[in-house]
Design a protein. Sequence first.
Length: 94
Amino acid sequence: MGVLEKNLARAIDTRMAVFKAKADDGTLLEDGMLMATAASMIADIIMPCCCMLCNKAKLEGLLADTKLCAGNNKLIPKLAELIYNDLARCNGLG
């Protein structure tokens, strides 16, 4: 993982600290509104450099390195999909 990804993961962890308990107990996956909120907040962090994270696999890799998603293999693809769609919409692709 490069310096950019480490810094993004750290920024995501800082911003998403409030969601950590929900991710750990699985309720983040069950609450669509919380998932959408988390995805939107993460997309805002990633937006300035989204061209470097332009596919779902790269987003999943970044999310896997965060405390929010660590060890939660069900959360990673769902959150990556929401973030990808949000970034695409903001860039006129969706």
